[in-house]
Design a protein around this ligand. Structure first.
Ligand SMILES: Cc1cc2nc3c(=O)[nH]c(=O)nc-3n(C[C@H](O)[C@H](O)[C@H](O)COP(=O)(O)OP(=O)(O)OC[C@H]3O[C@@H](n4cnc5c(N)ncnc54)[C@H](O)[C@@H]3O)c2cc1C
Length: 836
């Protein structure tokens, strides 16, 4: 049968050209093809190496749960669950979708707190959710031993489906809509011309095309590498067991998750399927995934899995009674941050990727496929997808050893405690500041971002710099409070070497950056300008500073996490505009030491050969100064709301400059300050954080960043027309400003805000917190969050005054707490301190 299908595919001629070639026929590839057809792009060819589903999809357990870590990821999973029944209607094919709900049980109070916070998040997403007492949870799953259960959470809209059936239905619907699907056709290469995709090569010939979508699952890394596209994923062994048939088993049992025992359970055709997310995963095929193998089953490993199965046999005694029929071990791809990879590859136009699904590819596949199809059809993503955007990765992250080591950890993270501030433990120490060891000696407890080791807080002498996680005040709370106060009252030193840094040079550099920046960056040399880069829709693509160094030279400084993204934006802008300009990534060339606080002037004046008075060195000024024996660039700017200077120090001078600052700082009680304090300081000042508070879905007008828009600068800027339209449309009107970013201070100092907490206004759910932290100066938790301008229940949209006059509550772990709203920063609203 398979041979006949093979022969038929080989006889079917390869088209010479297609608009889009989708590579890979798993759940993701077929979903992309189906959604492209839905968008009217019918000139689509899907090429599958072997048979549809023969990669990872065939053995997925079929869980279709919807609540994910963030709102947008949850929306993609929610869409998948809506798609399954629709596909059945469209194709007449079964998908096996059954909405049995999912039950999570907690075995300790911390997990229950996590569930309560998840329940709050579920309400933001509009999901029905019920918190359960132990007896209620036990009653839902009578086969379960209720020993140790402290509570549960039930999401009735979750379900299960059959991954192979869904994939086949997607393929049929795509074919019916005009897509051509060819099995037994491996893609051997992707052709490019002038930095663009030009076609694909197969062992049966080539197809010219403008767009490819690499949906080859665990093979994606190797295929991408052929074109220098970095797709950081690694396969891991992933296990489940299936029992013998159990007489009388209720087919409508909800999916059960016992995350504290690393396991999930579902009913499957009269049997129980028990899957595992164990904390010590086994990476597979580090040297490369075999390209000639399909429907892969890896060997059983009872030594590895036995303890987990035994634990579940105690939880579900029926497992022992029924006996195990199948011990399944199949490979799945995992990424270094446990988030999947979507989007157009930097440096290669038309090369899209949808891969690395970390064991949620089935439930996310409907939404992810639609997102990629929309992205291709519209030229931009349908929502903020920055957390899964391929541009979050740098080329080094394709490193095989790094991926191998990180993979041992990430599989288990799905079910491990999702502690606030949790740091990864594997593959650490990759990127370090030149003064890393000195910071460690000063007590730094490091966190990791994009491979960088960054001090998050400093342990007092005699205390080990190690996290003790909880949902309450963690062990670093008091130290970070001291660091926070030092910056507000004295002076603090932050190592921000991890910033992404770019030099943009050339006769057209000013025009290029002027076009990209909503603010006016083309002033005289020696000025640092805070600006957003917008897309054509007015959405915020980047939030950064641009410093003019000379007539033809600019320095762009951005967050560590967006280094690759911003670099790509500039490169593409140069290509699109034909500018006589070049961008160079100088991230590794400079350390950044940030000296901040009311006493920063006194401290720096004692070591810098420059006049630091307001008259000579006003806010926003940037110039080279001598410090010790070094020459550094000092920029008077702040992300904490205080007087301060950011010192850009050539890497080899960093240790010297650090020593001078610290030694002179002793007289001013200079304190080392970590990123947790930076975060509490910036939130009190309502400074926005790109990726959390503002994204490409939000405009500066909505975000309260209109002050950084130079409406009338010569030449305009990308996104200006969209902003003008939004301004003209009127508040609350279609196309107008429909939401505002508000800062909230909780009236009760006890609860801790993190992110995703629902915002209630006069009893209506109107938005969610995007970032939160305890504000040590304000003495309570502070959070930034989006609220709709309404109307909540009819009537006119709320003006700012009415927004502020409303009664707000923030929901923390399912309890509501009154909060005071602010449209200006709750701390130093007039910005007196930064200009002092
Ligand atoms: C044991 C197990 C249980 C799981 N359970 C769940 C679950 O309950 N819920 C859930 O959401 N997810 C689950 N997953 C994860 C899910 O199966 C995957 O995330 C998903 O199937 C990935 O789909 P894909 O299309 O990206 O990859 P694949 O299904 O691997 O598809 C990639 C396809 O590309 C083809 N290909 C490769 N190279 C080429 C080439 N050069 N040319 C042409 N074709 C090529 C391959 O043959 C393959 O068919 C589970 C995974 C495992 C291992």
């Amino acid at each position: 049968m398979a041979d006949a299908a093979h022969a038929a595919d080989v006889r079917r001629a390869l088209p010479a050209r297609a608009e889009v070639v989708v590579i890979g026929g798993g759940i993701i590839g077929t979903s992309v093809a189906y959604h492209l057809v839905q968008r009217g792009h019918t000139d689509v060819v899907l090429l599958e190496r072997d048979r549809l589903t023969s990669g990872t999809t065939w053995h997925a357990a079929g869980l279709a749960t919807q609540l994910r870590a963030t709102y947008n990821m949850s929306m993609l999973a929610k869409y998948s669950a809506e798609l399954f029944p629709r596909l059945e209607r469209e194709t007449g094919m079964g998908t096996g979708f059954r909405q049995v709900g999912s039950l999570g049980v907690a075995l300790n109070e911390a997990r229950m707190e996590e569930f309560r916070r998840s329940a709050s998040m579920a309400r933001v997403c509009g999901f029905e959710v019920r918190e359960l007492r132990p007896a209620e949870a036990a009653a839902m799953w009578p086969l379960m031993d209720p020993e140790g259960i402290v509570g549960g959470i039930f999401l009735p809209a979750d379900g299960v489906a059959n991954p192979t059936d869904v994939t086949m239905a997607l393929a049929k619907a795509a074919r019916d809509g005009g897509a051509r699907i060819l099995e037994h056709t491996p893609v051997t290469g992707v052709r490019t011309t002038d930095g663009r995709v030009a076609g694909v090569e197969t062992d049966r010939g080539t197809i010219d095309c403008d767009v490819v979508v690499n949906c080859t699952g665990m093979w994606a890394r190797a295929l991408g590498a052929q074109n220098d596209v970095t797709i950081p994923l690694h396969a891991a062994e992933h296990f489940y067991v299936v029992t013998e048939p159990i007489p009388g088993l209720d087919p409508d049992l909800p999916v059960l998750r016992v995350m504290d025992e690393f396991a999930y359970v579902r009913e499957d055709a009269g049997k129980l399927m028990v899957g595992f997310f164990e904390p010590d995963a086994k990476p597979w095929a580090t040297l490369g995934i075999p390209s000639d193998t399909s429907f892969i089953r890896l060997p059983e490993d009872w030594d590895h899995l036995g303890p987990y199965v035994e634990r579940m046999a105690r939880r579900l005694p029926v497992l022992g009674d029924a006996g195990i029929r199948l011990h399944f071990n199949g490979p799945e791809s995992f990424t270094p941050d446990d988030r999947y990879i979507l989007g157009e590859a930097p440096g290669l136009a038309g090369y899209f990727v949808a891969a690395g699904f970390n064991s949620v590819g089935f439930q996310s596949g409907g939404g992810a496929g639609r997102a990629i199809a929309d992205w291709i059809a519209d030229g931009y993503p349908p929502m903020d997808l920055s957390e899964v955007d391929i541009r979050r990765f740098l080329p080094w992250q394709g490193n095989r050893r790094y991926l191998h080591d990180r993979t041992t950890e990430v599989l288990g993270l799905l079910y491990d405690m999702h502690w606030p501030f949790r740091q990864v433990e594997t593959a650490r120490g990759v990127r370090r500041s030149p003064i890393h060891d000195r910071l460690a000696a000063a007590g730094a407890c490091f966190g990791e971002v994009a491979g960088w080791e960054r001090p998050n807080w400093y342990a007092p002498s005699g205390v080990e710099p190690r996290y003790e996680y909880s949902y309450g005040r963690q062990n670093w709370f008091a130290s970070s409070a001291e660091e926070h106060r030092a910056v507000r009252e004295g002076v603090g030193l932050l190592d921000q070497t991890s910033f992404g840094k770019f030099l943009v040079q050339g006769p057209d550099a000013a025009a290029l950056l002027g076009r990209l920046s909503a603010n006016d960056v083309a002033g005289p040399a020696g000025r640092v300008v805070y600006t957003q880069w917008l897309n054509e829709r007015g959405g915020i693509e980047a939030d950064l500073t641009v410093t003019r160094l000379s007539e033809t030279e600019f320095l762009v400084i951005t967050a560590a996490a967006t280094q690759a993204r911003e670099l790509e934006t500039v490169r593409r802008a140069i290509l699109a505009g034909g500018d006589r300009a070049a961008v160079t990534d100088v991230t590794s060339g400079y350390a950044v030491l940030n000296v901040q606080g009311p006493r920063s002037r006194e401290l720096l004046a004692s070591i810098v050969d420059a006049d630091l008075t307001n008259a000579a060195f006003p806010f926003g000024a940037s110039r080279e100064v001598d410090l010790g024996y070094a020459r550094v660039r000092a920029s008077r700017i702040t992300y904490l709301g205080e007087l301060g200077w950011e010192l850009l120090v050539p890497t080899e001078f960093a240790a010297h400059v650090y020593e001078i600052v610290v030694s002179a700082g002793a007289a001013f009680e200079l304190r080392h300050v970590g990123y947790h304090a930076l975060n509490s300081l910036r939130i009190e000042k309502a400074y926005r954080h790109w990726g959390h508070d503002v994204t490409d879905e939000d405009t500066p007008l909505e975000a309260g960043l209109g002050f950084a828009v130079a409406w009338d600068k010569p030449g305009g800027f990308i996104g200006r027309e969209a902003l003008l339209r939004q301004r003209a449309a009127g508040r609350g009107a279609p196309g107008g400003v429909g939401k505002r970013l508000v800062t909230f201070v909780l009236d009760d100092p006890e609860p801790l805000l993190l992110h995703n907490e629902p915002i209630w206004r006069d009893g209506h759910l109107v938005g969610k917190i995007t970032s939160g932290m305890f504000g040590h100066t304000l003495g309570s938790s502070v959070g930034l969050g989006w609220v709709a301008v309404g109307p909540d229940d009819g009537g006119e949209p709320l003006a700012d005054a009415s927004l502020l006059a409303s009664r707000y509550e923030l929901e923390v772990a399912s309890r509501r707490f009154p909060a005071t709203p602010h449209l200006r920063p709750p701390f130093d609203p007039a910005g007196v301190r930064i200009r002092s």
